[in-house]
Design a protein around this ligand. Structure first.
Ligand code: S6P
Ligand code: ZN
Length: 209
C-alpha cells in the first residue's frame, strides 16, 4: 500500500494522491483508514423526535446516537467523499435513533449507500413532499437520486446499523430545511416491529416555488 500524503489546496489537510484501497470488515470498531471521525449526540437532534417529553428526559444524559468516519478529499466536482455511518441502537419514546438528515446544498447531487451491518431504513423525501423508505440490511445498496433528502434510521434492537456511503465532493449539506420542516414520516416501534407512520408535525414545503 503506497500513500503519498501532501497538502491539498482547499483545506490544507493531507490527502492521498495515489490510488488506494481500504478493508471494511467486521468488527467496525477500528476504522483506522479514515481521516475524520464525528460523533453526534442526542442534543444535536433537538426538535427532530416526535416525543418531546422523552427527548427532554433522555437529553439530560446526552447519549451518543451516531458516528461518522470520513475520508477527506478536496470538496470539488470530480472528487467523491465517502465514509462509514454507525447509528447506535436506541429509541426516543417509540421512535428509533436516526441521523439528522439533510438535503445536499447542490440539489442535483446523488449519493449511494451500502449496508455492512444491522437493520434499518434510509428515509428519503423531496421538497415537494414525495417520500420513500428503502430497507437496509447487510449487502443492500440504496441509491439516493438528486433532490432527495435522506436520513438513516436504525431499527435494530441491540445492534448498530453500519453503512458505507459515497457522494460527490461538491455536494455540501443543507441541514436547515429538515430542521425546520422535519421528515414527512417517522419510523417507530409498534408491538416489536418497525412501522412507518405520518409525522403530525411535518411542515410541507413549497418546493422552492
Ligand atoms: C453525507 C452522507 C452521510 C451522512 C451521515 C450522517 O452526504 O449522507 O455521510 O452525513 O450518515 O448523517 P447527517 O444527516 O447527520 O449528515
Ligand atoms: Zn448526503
Amino acid at each position: 500500500m503506497q500513500h503519498n500524503n501532501s497538502p491539498i489546496p482547499d483545506g490544507g489537510a493531507p490527502t492521498r494522491n495515489r490510488p488506494f484501497g481500504l478493508d471494511l470488515r467486521e468488527p467496525f470498531t477500528h476504522l483506522d483508514g479514515f481521516d475524520g471521525h464525528q460523533q453526534r449526540r442526542l442534543s444535536a437532534l433537538r426538535g427532530q423526535f416526535a416525543d418531546e417529553e422523552s427527548y427532554d428526559r433522555l437529553v439530560a444524559g446526552d447519549p451518543l446516537v451516531y458516528e461518522v468516519y470520513e475520508m477527506h478529499r478536496p470538496k470539488i466536482a470530480g472528487e467523491l467523499l465517502s465514509g462509514i455511518s454507525i447509528i447506535h441502537p436506541g429509541q426516543v419514546g417509540d421512535e428509533f435513533y436516526m441521523t439528522k438528515g439533510h438535503f445536499h446544498t447542490v440539489r442535483a447531487t446523488s449519493e449511494i449507500y451500502y449496508c455492512l451491518h444491522g437493520r434499518g431504513y434510509l428515509l428519503m423525501q423531496t421538497e415537494e413532499g414525495d417520500w420513500a423508505a428503502e430497507e437496509f440490511y447487510p449487502g443492500r445498496v440504496v441509491y439516493v437520486p438528486p433532490h432527495w433528502a435522506h436520513r438513516s434510521v436504525n431499527t435494530g434492537k441491540d445492534d448498530d446499523l453500519v453503512t458505507f456511503f459515497s457522494y460527490p465532493a461538491n455536494a455540501g449539506h443543507d441541514y436547515a430545511t429538515i430542521e425546520q420542516r422535519g421528515f414527512r414520516k417517522l419510523i417507530v416501534s409498534k408491538n416489536g416491529s418497525a412501522v412507518i407512520v405520518e409525522n403530525p408535525r411535518w411542515l410541507a414545503g413549497d418546493g422552492g416555488r
